[in-house]
Write a protein that binds this ligand. Structure first.
Ligand SMILES: Cc1cc2nc3c(=O)[nH]c(=O)nc-3n(C[C@H](O)[C@H](O)[C@H](O)COP(=O)(O)OP(=O)(O)OC[C@H]3O[C@@H](n4cnc5c(N)ncnc54)[C@H](O)[C@@H]3O)c2cc1C
Length: 379
């Protein structure tokens, strides 16, 4: 057991909401604080609202990080079940294909690695792709892969359900509340300072996404991370476009690279661009022509969205620790400050929530989190 029972969680994106849910589920007194919240929309939204929200372990390296993601993918069904919203996760798996020989070699090579790690990925040929998804028009298929345990999530519904459960359990939910400082008592944090007053607590979880750098700086803790901008586009609803799969990646060897999935309400979410240190596609998401470029690129493979109006364009920042892996755990410098910042936070939310509750409430240190401690950057 630890001495922590009154915990402030800063950030109500999917990571903070999951941690708060897992803490409160175990009886901790939780205060969840977020500068945004229902009804607040800005040009740049939290990553959770923008996310493509594909739960996967497909492109995660090295093996420990793949296994970390795999474990969380496997927890998602129970997570949404516990939240009472099983319909908020859509399963069916991820399909992608290549259209060149080089691209085929990449797919075959990756499938071989994943299979050797015990991941259920299968190789398909063009006929198999067309049989799996008759409404896709893949063009030339030199190789394809299908990982049938993957899916996507309705992140808004998941955060909303966490907040509802928290309210039922008596947690304090402070939205539209901006954290401006962290008051200290010795090396510990004694209170979270906000624009609406101070909140006394005996431990603080920082789950501020891309803003974790500035939040941690309030406790003089340096969090080495960066962000890239990303954009997702939502169409007006269309009839079902997939028979089996839930997520499609267009050929990585045939730019522009795009991803698409259909939401339960019929809207198709499109995502374009690569994860560099640069903004996806230059002005993507700001400029109507860029949005149309992504829509046209997807429509080549998915004629069902041709001419369908765009309903919404979302822009946000991907929180990315310097080496691409999560930063999780207590800070050595500030012993009651728990950090939780990661890319792939949608995939990882159930596992991070469960692990954070064990480390914060039981005082345990989880062995497989050793790869993701902040102090790795000090070596
Ligand atoms: C375009 C895009 C596509 C993505 N695709 C995927 C994907 O397919 N699969 C996947 O697993 N992940 C994906 N990700 C990454 C994933 O969405 C993020 O890792 C995850 O949403 C991070 O969640 P979070 O709760 O840590 O941060 P956020 O969602 O950014 O939430 C942080 C919260 O902290 C609050 N906050 C910040 N500063 C303060 C302050 N001073 N006071 C009070 N509150 C504050 C913010 O208001 C915000 O609500 C994608 C991200 C993007 C942008």
């Amino acid at each position: 057991m630890s001495n922590f029972s009154n915990i402030a969680v800063i950030g109500a994106g999917i990571v903070g909401a999951s941690i708060a849910f897992h803490l409160a589920r175990r009886g901790a007194k939780v205060t969840l604080i977020d500068a945004g919240g229902p009804g607040k929309r800005s040009a740049v939204q939290p990553a959770t609202a923008v996310s493509f929200a594909w739960m996967n372990a497909r492109d995660k390296n090295p093996r420990h990080y793949h296994l970390f993601n795999r474990r969380s993918v496997d927890m998602w069904a129970r997570f949404v079940e516990r939240l009472g919203i099983p319909q908020s996760a859509t399963w069916g798996g991820e399909l992608r294909w290549a259209s060149t020989d080089d691209g085929a070699r990449e797919i075959v090579k990756r499938a071989g690695v994943l299979q050797s790690w015990g991941y259920p990925i299968r190789l398909l040929n063009g006929e198999m792709v067309e049989a799996l998804e008759p409404r896709l028009k893949p063009g030339v298929v030199t190789a394809a892969s299908y990982t049938d345990i993957e899916g996507h999530a309705d992140t808004g519904a998941v955060v909303g359900a966490c907040v509802e459960r928290l309210k039922e359990w008596g947690a304090d939910i402070l939205f539209q509340t901006h954290v401006t400082g962290l008051a200290r008592s010795g090396s510990d944090i004694s209170a979270v300072v906000t624009d609406r007053g101070e909140i006394a607590c005996d431990a603080v979880v920082l789950a501020g996404g891309a803003d974790t750098v500035s939040l941690a700086a309030m406790a003089e803790v340096d969090v080495p991370m960066y962000y890239t901008f990303g954009c997702t586009i939502l169409t007006e609803p269309v009839p079902p476009v997939f028979e089996n799969v839930s997520v499609v990646h267009s050929p990585r060897d045939c730019p522009p690279q795009t991803n698409f999935r259909q939401l339960p309400n019929g809207s198709v979410m499109l995502h374009g661009g690569a994860h560099g240190r640069v903004y996806d596609g230059g002005s993507l998401g700001q400029d109507d022509r860029e949005v149309q470029r992504v829509v046209n690129a997807v429509a080549r493979f998915l004629p069902a969205i041709e001419g369908v109006p765009v309903r919404e364009v979302r822009r946000g920042r991907r929180p990315i620790p310097e080496d691409g892996h999560p930063i999780l755990g207590f800070s050595q410098r500030v012993p009651n400050l728990y950090l939780s910042v990661t890319h792939s936070g949608v995939t990882l939310a159930p596992l991070i929530g469960e692990c954070a509750a064990i480390e914060i409430l039981d005082g345990a240190r989880i062995d497989f989190l050793r790869h993701y401690r902040l102090d790795r950057f000090l070596r």
